[in-house]
Each structure stands twice: as C-alpha cells, then as structure tokens.
Design a protein around this ligand. Structure first.
Ligand code: C5P
Length: 398
C-alpha cells in the first residue's frame, strides 16, 4: 500500500514515544521507507539505537550536524519525504509549529517543508484541553496540518480523558489516507453521524434509533478517496472509522459547535440524526421518584438546525452541502421540501419505517435528490451506498 513512499517521522518527547516504534514497524511492513528524527526530549523515552534499528536507517537528532549538512542538508531532508508525521506531537512542539519557530532539528524541518504534515498529539488531558493548545491546534489545522487523535482514555499520569496518542494502527490508516492519490486527495470534508443525546437529568436522556452506521460508512468511503475527513459523531452504536479526525459530542448544541469549529470544508455530509428538541427544563440533579408526588413534566425547546445553519452560512458554506431525510411516509415530497427549506444542494432520502429494517440495519435504499433531478438507488449494503455517494461527491467537487 505504501511502497515507494517515504515518511519522515519526528518522535517527540512523551511516554507515547514507545508507540512510535510500533508505528515504524507497521510502516516498514507496508513497504514505506522511514526517515526517523528524534527530538532531544524524545531521546529521553526511546533510544536512537531502537529507532534506527527498526527504521533500518540512520536516525537524525541534531540540527548542527556538519556531516549531515554536507551530505544532505536539513532543508533537503524535509523535502525528500512524501509526508512528515509527528508522533508523539507534544504540546510544546505543536506550539512551536503554530508559531513558526525553528530552534532545533524537528521544528526546523517542519518549517522548511512544503510537504504535507500530520500530527498525532499526546499529552496530559489538561494540557490538551488548555485553550492555548486548542488555539494552536486550530492554527495548525488552518495551515492544512492533518490531525490524528488524540484518543480518550486512561493516561500514563493516572488521569482520564482525551490526550492519549492514537494507536499506531490508526495513525497508519491516517497516513494511508493522507497519501491516497484518490480524487479527493487533500480535500477537507465534514461528516456528521449518529444520534444525539438530549439530557433530562444527569442520568437520563432522550435519544433516537440511529446507529451511525451510514454516516460511518460515508466517512470511511470519503477517506478511501483521499479526503481529509472530520467526523463529528454523537453516541453511535458502531465504532468510528480509522484514519479520520473524530470529534465526539452528545447534544445537538455540542454538535453545532463542533461543526462550526471544523469549517471550512469543501463538502459537508450531514448524516446525523439530530434531535429536533431538547429538554428545556433539564434538571441538574436526578429527578426522584416519590410516592404520591406529581409525575415530572418535560418541557421542550427547539434545537439548532445544524444542516440549515451550514447550508445558509454566508461566509463559510461548503461548496457542496448534503443533507439526509429519514422519513416514514411521503418520502419524496418531504425530502424535496426539505432540500428547499434547508438550502442544501443534495438530499439523501430514505424510508425508515420499521418494516424497512433500515434504521440500525446493514442495508439502505435511498433516493438522491439534486438540483437536476431524483434518482432512486437500489437497496444496497450501507457500505456500497457510501461508496457511490463518495464517488458522486468526488465528481461534484472535481
Ligand atoms: O429536519 P430533519 O431532521 O428532518 O432533517 C434531516 C437532515 O437535517 C439531516 O441531514 C440531519 O443531519 C440534519 N439536521 C441537522 N440539525 C437538526 C436537525 C436535522 O443538521 N437540528
């Protein structure tokens, strides 16, 4: 898959550096050549010897290494690769990248290159959530840097939350996506997926039967065509695809926020089953069942319409906005009206009556509604629907 590709792998200083060794092994197994660069801090966690032994190449550590300067030069070193990967990417290294600083070999290589760059952040959860880090991440993404992870989970420091470096297999999948020479190579596409959960109190919520299967398949199909995918998902029943940027949310309002943060994008595919209403009188504590007391009454408020706000954005509307219409009756009429009302370019309509088995099932029968007409697609596995849709999106953006 990665034969003839060269990855310049910068290993930053973090406990996750040990996973970089596994990443080198996986890359070599796929046929890629790896030029390893170890930062000073990285060398505190893994040794230059392990790195170069696995890579089968010399490891670069110093900016002012005159032999290397004579042989290759640090500027050139950064340009012979097809992709620069920083794993683990520390908060410090990303701050330097965001500022354009160049005070060691790694930061100089990153500044001196016009080759695509991918970062796999790894740090303590507080450091990740700090506004300064989030600002830097946003800057880097705006500069076209690809992000993989971080994952959520137990951290080496004992805390729990986002900040764990993505697993080597996920980084590998993201690298494949970044190097894919597909028709969507280099294009940023946003996909929403899954249901939303609208809290009633701290333990109860209102949800819907969306599994996230179709949205997940679409994100994977777009990735396979080379797109850089941001995947904003509610609590879905199926795992998120590998090799895409996953943003997990619960409520419709969080989803809107995540979608706005992910723009600009060249296309947006809004497959999420967003709850139309949230509970207006959400309780801050668990509502108690008390003998003889009146039954609780839920009041509802309207959720923001994410699709509409993206489709009708005046300054950041993607070139192609695709909405979904899950209906149980009068599918076509409702879907056509929805396309007009929301201001999106396409609507993918389907019948989610229980008898169809589509909601939560493996197959889908959709109707694609565009400005130029209505197409009934045959009943197909959701993966195949996704592949066809991704192909159409690629054609539309070509
Ligand atoms: O309005 P309705 O839910 O029928 O429209 C479905 C389409 O609108 C889907 O593409 C869904 O992702 C999107 N939607 C949204 N925000 C909402 C409701 C629906 O983005 N609040």
């Amino acid at each position: 898959m990665l034969a003839d590709k060269r990855i310049l792998l910068i290993i930053g200083g973090g406990i996750a550096a040990y996973k970089a060794l596994e990443l080198i092994r996986l890359l070599r197994k796929e046929g890629a050549a790896v030029t390893p660069v170890l930062t000073k801090a990285g060398a505190e966690f893994v040794t230059p010897l392990s790195v170069s032994a696995l890579a089968g190449e010399k490891v670069f550590t110093q900016l002012f290494d005159l032999t290397d300067e004579a042989e290759m030069g640090h500027i050139q070193l950064s340009r012979v690769a097809d992709l620069l990967v920083v794993a683990p990417a520390t908060a410090d290294l990303m701050a330097k990248m965001a500022q354009g600083r160049a005070d060691d070999l790694a930061s100089t290589l990153l500044l001196a290159t016009d080759t695509p760059v991918m970062v796999a952040p790894a740090m303590n959860v507080r450091m990740w959530q700090h506004p300064a880090t989030q600002r830097n991440i946003a800057t880097l993404q705006g500069d076209g840097v690809r992000l993989v992870g971080p994952d959520e989970g137990e951290m080496a420091c004992g805390e729990y939350g986002p900040g764990r470096m993505a697993e080597p297999a996920a980084i590998l999948a993201a690298i494949r996506g970044a190097l894919a020479a597909g028709p969507l190579a280099g294009r940023h596409v946003l996909v929403t997926s899954g249901p939303t959960h609208e809290p009633i109190d701290p333990v109860r919520y209102i949800a819907n039967r969306s599994s996230g299967a179709q949205g997940t398949a679409i994100a994977g199909a777009l990735r396979d065509l080379g797109a850089r995918v941001t995947f904003v998902t509610g609590p879905a029943a199926v795992p998120a695809p590998e090799g895409v940027q996953v943003v997990r949310v619960e409520t419709a309002r969080e989803m809107l926020e995540a979608v706005e943060a992910a723009l600009p994008a060249e296309a947006a595919v809004m497959a999420a089953a967003v709850a139309d209403w949230r509970v207006a009188n959400e309780s801050g504590h668990k509502i108690k069942k008390m003998a003889g007391a009146a039954l609780p009454v839920l009041e509802f408020a309207e959720n923001p319409d994410i699709l509409k706000s993206v489709a009708q954005s005046t300054d950041r509307r993607p070139r192609l906005v695709v909405g979904f219409a899950a209906e149980t009756d009068d599918v076509l009429a409702h879907a056509q009206a929805k396309r007009a009302r929301k201001g999106c370019d396409w609507i993918v309509a389907n019948d989610v009556s229980p008898a169809t088995g589509i909601m939560g099932g493996a197959e889908n029968a959709v109707t694609l509604i565009t400005a130029s007409g209505v197409e009934d697609w045959p009943r197909l596995p959701k993966d195949e629907v996704a592949r066809r849709l991704a192909q159409r999106i690629a054609e539309a953006l070509a």
